[in-house]
Design a protein around this ligand. Structure first.
Ligand code: GLU
Length: 496
């Protein structure tokens, strides 16, 4: 058989800020495609209608562009396998689900969420893995035919009850997973939308993807995909599960512990070349062991077998060190100056901040200190910046920690929602809003004078705001594990 032309893809879900994990998968997918003279596709997986937003999609595309991870086909560029946004491919999936039903590989399921909850509860009580019990698989055809037009239902795939599935992973070899561990996955939801599992298999097939590079958190889903390819009689792409990026404490990289959005690194003033270099270095090494390399150099030397399966820790200090090398070794003074103008003092940035400060400045020399919050990373100040006469250090840290947690849960990040967040928090804590906002003001602005707080937070964005709140807690000596447990408990009991 003629070898297929290599095609890889990255398939982000536009449900939040562009994540460094997406860039990591995109980087390896791009390198692999380029190394083989193949193509690299960007597909937007927005089947989760409630959580997907066009803003998030736009930010993901911008961030990948900023990093220089250029795709050959995608929602913005089109291409012969489009559309590249799953919401625009909605009409495609139902037919494939029907094919599976007709062949006896899938079935409509009418079970209510109450019945499913009850079933899971009983299974857990018996110490079993929670798994669909096959109830609707055995319904008589005549009953199914009468219920179908009138009752809400999903489509589920059949999964063998016994035996083992073998997943071939280029890096890990044969991975054995018992079928008994695998649920009869829902393929089509009640609203007629496909789930990730059906859409990803159908689209990877239709888009002729030959190699799927994704995170290791998907290993447990692989048997479902293997089975779907088998049911459809399609050739399975090769799967490569990359090791997950980790927080310094080795847990999965999460915004609770580390800024994870690419926008944060852009705002901190990292060079895209250094971020790419660092992501490359986290999973892979150059044959000569050189740590500093460009995307072009990585593509030239790329070899999957040099990917290491160890748990790569995303360490901002190391990234900073690497960025410093890029700045010093690759930028002339002229280029350095140009980059600074482009990054900070460009018209677009200034136009965002001028409306906030115009009322408060008399001469241009007032602008610098007032606008510094926008270009600062983590501002420098000490304990004395806080009003410790009014509030104890522990009280201040408590407020800041609660603010961080509330901010983590805020999906719509803008002036009014931030305002509401703090009104609600003050009410839940039965504190004056002033006492809640005081510490937050210092954390965000680092200064006694600054533009209005919520506008500032909206401008610098969620990741930078959270990073500054967390930084303030550290400046005040941090919270011990024991204190954190106590705060978590208290927080859980707070009114929403
Ligand atoms: N949409 C999935 C995600 O956001 C893609 C996973 C995959 O690569 O199949 O992680």
């Amino acid at each position: 058989m003629e070898a297929r032309k290599v095609r890889t893809r990255v398939a982000p879900s536009p449900t939040g800020d562009p994540h460094v994990g997406t860039a990591y998968m995109a980087l390896f997918s791009l390198c692999f495609a380029r190394q083989h003279g193949g193509q690299f596709v960007l597909r937007i997986e927005d089947t989760d209608v409630a959580r997907s937003t066009p803003e998030s999609e736009a930010k993901i595309l911008d961030s990948l562009r900023w990093l220089g991870l250029d795709w050959d086909e995608g929602p913005d560029k089109g291409g012969p396998y489009g559309p590249y946004r799953q919401s625009e491919r909605k009409a495609i999936y139902g037919g494939y689900a029907q094919t599976l039903i007709d062949a006896g590989h899938a079935f409509p399921c009418f079970c209510t969420s109450e019945r499913l909850d009850e079933m899971r509860r009983e299974q857990m009580q018996r110490g079993e893995t929670a798994r669909y019990d096959g109830h609707c698989m055995h319904l008589p055809a005549a009953e199914v035919a009468t219920r179908l037009p009138n009752e809400a239902h999903v489509v589920r795939m059949k999964v063998p009850a016994t035996g083992t599935c073998i997943v071939n992973d280029r890096l890990r070899g044969e991975i054995e997973i018992d079928w008994a561990q695998i649920d009869m996955q829902v393929l089509m939801k009640t609203d007629g939308n496909p789930t990730y599992h059906l859409a990803v298999v159908v689209d990877d097939h239709l888009m002729e993807i030959t190699h799927i590079i994704r995170g290791e958190e998907w290993i447990n889903s692989a048997p479902k995909h293997v089975l779907l390819y088998e049911y459809f009689g399609w050739e399975m792409p090769e799967i490569i599960h990359m090791p997950l990026l980790r927080n310094p404490d080795k847990s999965k990289l999460s915004k609770r512990k580390n800024p994870t959005s690419i926008g944060f690194y852009e705002r901190m003033g990292f060079l895209p070349e250094a971020v790419i270099n660092y992501l490359g270095m986290l999973g892979w090494s150059m044959p000569d062991g050189e740590e500093k390399f460009s995307l072009q150099e990585m593509i030239k030397q790329f070899d999957l077998s040099r990917i290491s399966l160890g748990a790569p820790v995303f360490d901002i200090a190391k990234l900073k060190w690497l960025n410093g090398r890029w700045l010093r070794e690759n930028l002339s003074d002229e280029a350095f100056a140009d980059k600074i103008i482009e990054w900070a003092y460009n018209r677009e940035n200034l136009l965002k901040v001028i409306p906030l400060i115009k009322e408060r400045v008399d001469v241009f020399s007032d602008v610098g200190p007032m606008a510094a919050f926008l270009v600062d990373g983590l501002p420098a100040y000490d304990e004395s910046a806080f009003n410790t006469k009014q509030q104890s250090l522990d009280e201040i840290k408590r407020v800041l920690q609660f603010a961080v947690w509330r901010a983590e849960a805020l999906s719509d990040w803008q002036h009014d929602t931030l305002n509401q967040l703090f009104v609600d928090l003050a009410e839940a804590l039965t504190m004056k809003i002033r006492d809640v906002l005081g510490p937050v003001f210092v954390a965000i602005s680092g200064k006694p004078v600054s533009p209005p707080l919520f506008d500032s937070m909206a401008l610098i964005g969620p990741d930078m705001s959270r990073a500054r709140l967390r930084h303030a807690i550290e400046v005040l000596g941090g919270v011990s594990k024991k204190q954190l447990k106590k705060l978590e408990k208290e927080y859980a009991g707070l009114a929403a």
